[in-house]
Design a protein around this ligand. Structure first.
Ligand code: GLN
Ligand code: ZN
Length: 760
């Protein structure tokens, strides 16, 4: 009989209990003892999801990040996190790397580990730091103790660890040394870990190697062979676990490794399941990731069974079923949602429901499934059929709008040089124009008012007036700071994607559908279930009000179609490119309306454009083509005098600059202050034409940049980009900062621009 297991479960808790416990502890609202108690309760939720499984995964729960856990497990901890007199316990040392620490009682500050996105997801991990002098030392007590706890509940455990090559792949060599030179010492600790687990009587270990779905050089391919030969015969069975894509050129390699089983993502690589089943030997387990871990749709169980049945014939007991990847990327439980349209709700499955689906599949694969299994399958079939037949997903006017798109809509009517002159004639901005990225502090007061509004405690009018007061204050502050291009401050937005989704036909937002983004931070991705169109104006009211308060230009602020797509759960019944095109048309409607009310500058943020790049480089261009086209579709139908801005967060640009240029935004603002303008080099080399606002204020830090520091950054920038192309702005939005930080920082920013104007 097939077995079922899970690769990882959301750890944030059904009601974000982990977030609450973490933040209370960090704010010193609770002591360590209480913190430990609360964490134990969150873990209990984790354990309750083991009931259906044949193997309980242990080691996927994390207080902050599972990659950081691996760094601690293998003793790769930067010196600055080592326990010292001022940090009295391991938990604090761990949080010190996760979050950094401000200067305290004469003790120096610690900078946090760098954060970056986990493959092509919106989850951020803490980047392991390597150098040629890195050493490793296994420290597995807490893993072993968790194994004991889970076993004592009567579960068969399957510890989960990140594989040695993926761990190296994810890290950064701070001295530019070759990370693979660390493989040998790292493997020694892995072997020790596996032997220790074997001594504990562990049978299976899930060893996560998602790097196998990327394109690997010969050197890395060879390293895989070497590593798994080395770990062979450690006394446990290894389940080589791959996800987020197909193995493609690494398939042969994966099959040749001496492991007891292989897991494959059958959602993204259905075409490889049969090949693997044929290639693996009879004793090897094939774990088929048959339930989507990256999306929230109910699985079509009959379709899944059609794929699984022939595999079950070949593999028999050696067929395992699992979600395609960890369920970390899904919300916990759909049954607690109260506001989802009754017709749509059955279409959705969150993490808990996905495990139930696995159980049905397992039972359906037995020789004599019970009646209740047939019923469950029938029920599932009804739901799938209802979704297919539903008129909610189809909107003929959207289909019609799509068919009416003209090629000319994708290009501005004049080239940048002509446009920028026309815009300047109208805007009359000084050299080095100053602006911000859009949001101003989301104060506790704003969040409280929004909560009251959502709970129905205050009326629409009260809420609207409260937001207007925020906008008026924001405009007044910017006026007195002397900024040149103003914003309304985005106080009405809980989130830059969720806010827009609420105005789109074909999309819904959830109440509790939280997904961990990093540490205690979560996002609530909207669900795009049907054809998208703009239901009503999205930003007009706020922009218009803000503009009525000032003579200076106020930017209209929108989130771009690619970012809305990448930060949503999207429909799985049509290409992502087509969904993006629909979103682009909706954004385009808003752009046109903003222009019609007299908005002279419109910013369309594409923070997640880069993040959507496929994991295999050979697939990049196809994505970039439709992504850039979608941006152009929403932004090009304005007069030459209307200035289009775009903004992108921590991005490397060197390898995608032709595409950035093709977007043809009049102004692009980017995050550069931490890199000391290094990111601008790519723009210089490419001879990038349009205006650029390289960030001169690191908004992720509480530090207030001095006028001198900002001037120095601008001067560095003007060595790389002609001064007349430069804008002066912070790195990103200011929503996470406080007014008392923002005011002096922006005052210095404006002052720096003023001083430099004298000489330029
Ligand atoms: N306009 C958004 C803001 O200022 C942009 C945020 C982002 O790019 N992440 O908050
Ligand atoms: Zn940003």
């Amino acid at each position: 009989m097939a077995k079922i297991h899970n690769l990882g479960f959301p750890r944030i808790g059904k009601h974000r209990e982990l977030k609450r416990a973490l933040e209370a502890y960090w704010n010193t609202d609770i002591e360590q003892q209480e913190f430990t108690k609360q964490i134990t309760q969150v873990r209990e939720q984790h354990y309750s999801a083991f009931d259906l499984l044949d193997y309980a995964q242990v080691g996927d729960f994390s207080l902050y990040d599972h990659v950081l856990d691996a760094s601690f497990l293998f003793g790769n901890v930067p010196d600055r996190a080592k326990v010292d007199n001022t940090v009295e316990n391991d938990v604090d040392a761990y949080f010190r790397i996760a979050r950094g620490r401000a200067k305290q009682n004469d003790c120096c500050a610690t900078h946090a580990g760098e954060m970056t996105k986990w493959f092509d997801t919106n989850y951020h991990y803490i980047v392991p730091e390597f150098s040629s002098s890195t050493t490793f030392m296994l420290n597995c007590e807490s893993l072993i103790s968790e194994i004991r706890t889970v076993r004592s509940r009567g579960f068969e455990v399957k510890p989960v660890v990140i594989g040695p090559l993926t761990y190296l792949y994810l890290g950064k060599a701070i001295d530019n040394s070759n990370k693979l030179e660390l493989l040998e010492p790292l493997l020694k600790e892995y072997k020790l870990l596996l032997q220790t687990l074997a001594k504990q009587g562990v049978e299976w270990v899930q060893i996560d190697e998602p790097a196998l779905v990327t394109e690997l050089s010969d050197e890395w391919q060879f390293a895989y062979k070497y590593a798994f030969e080395y770990l062979n015969d450690s006394g446990v069975k290894l389940l080589l676990t791959t996800y987020f894509g197909d193995l493609a050129k690494n398939l042969k390699l994966a099959c040749a490794l001496p492991v007891a089983g292989v897991h494959i993502d059958a959602i993204r690589a259905p075409h490889e399941v049969e090949i693997l089943a044929a290639k693996l030997n009879a004793n090897q387990v094939l774990s088929v990731g048959i339930v989507d871990g990256r999306n929230i749709w109910r699985t079509d169980l009959n379709r899944a069974l059609a794929l699984l049945k022939p595999i079950a014939e070949i593999k028999g007991n050696n067929l395992w079923l699992a979600p395609a990847c960890s369920l970390l990327h899904c919300p916990v439980d759909v049954t607690i949602e109260q506001n989802i349209l009754a017709e749509i709700r059955p279409w959705l499955a969150f993490a808990e429901q996905k495990l139930e689906e696995l159980e049905i599949l397992k039972k359906a694969l037995t020789n004599t499934p019970s009646n209740s299994v047939f019923e469950a399958l029938q029920n599932n079939q009804n739901i799938i059929a209802a979704r297919k037949a539903s008129t909610l997903a189809t909107n003929f006017s959207v289909q019609q709008a799509l068919s009416q798109i003209q090629q000319s809509w994708l290009t501005r009517s004049d080239p940048y040089k002509v446009r920028i002159n026309a815009q300047q004639a109208l805007l009359n901005l000084p050299r080095f124009p100053t602006t911000t990225i859009g949001s101003f502090p989301q104060t506790a007061e704003i969040r409280k008012t929004r909560r009251e509004f959502i709970n129905g405690d205050i009326t629409d009018v009260t809420y609207e007036n409260a937001l207007k007061a925020q906008i008026a204050n924001c405009i007044q502050q910017q006026e007195s700071l002397g900024l040149d291009v103003l914003v309304h401050g985005e106080s009405e937005r809980n989130d830059m994607v969720e806010y827009f989704a609420a105005f789109l036909n074909g999309a819904l937002t959830t109440q509790f559908g939280w997904v961990q983004s990093y540490g205690s931070r979560c996002v609530k991705p909207p669900v795009i279930y049907g054809d998208i169109s703009r239901a009503s104006s999205m930003t007009i009211q706020w922009t218009q009000y803000a503009q009525s308060l000032t003579q200076k230009p106020v930017k209209g602020m929108l989130t771009g179609p690619v970012t809305i797509l990448n930060w949503s759960f999207v429909r799985d019944d049509q290409a992502r490119s087509l969904t993006t095109k629909q979103i682009a048309l909706a954004v385009r409607d808003e752009v046109i309306e903003l222009e019609s009310i007299g908005t002279k500058i419109i910013q369309i943020d594409e923070a997640a454009l880069r993040e959507g790049l496929p994991l295999k480089k050979s697939e990049w261009q196809t994505y970039l083509n439709w992504a850039v086209d979608s941006f152009k579709l929403c932004s090009s139908s304005v007069a030459s005098t209307t200035q289009i801005h775009t903004h992108m967060c921590y991005s490397q640009f060197n390898d995608i600059l032709p595409d950035i240029q093709r977007m043809d935004a009049d102004v692009i603002t980017i995050e550069t202050s931490r890199s000391n303008m290094k990111l601008l080099d790519a723009f210089t080399q490419f001879n990038y034409n349009n205006d650029i606002g390289p960030g001169v204020y690191d908004i992720h830090s509480q530090n207030i940049p001095t006028t001198e520091a900002i001037k120095a950054l601008i001067l560095t920038a003007s060595e790389k980009v002609p001064a007349q192309q430069l804008w002066i702005n912070p790195d990103c939005g200011l929503k996470t900062r406080e007014w008392k930080e923002v005011i002096p920082a922006l005052r210095n920013l404006v002052e720096a621009a003023k001083q430099l104007r004298v000489d330029h």
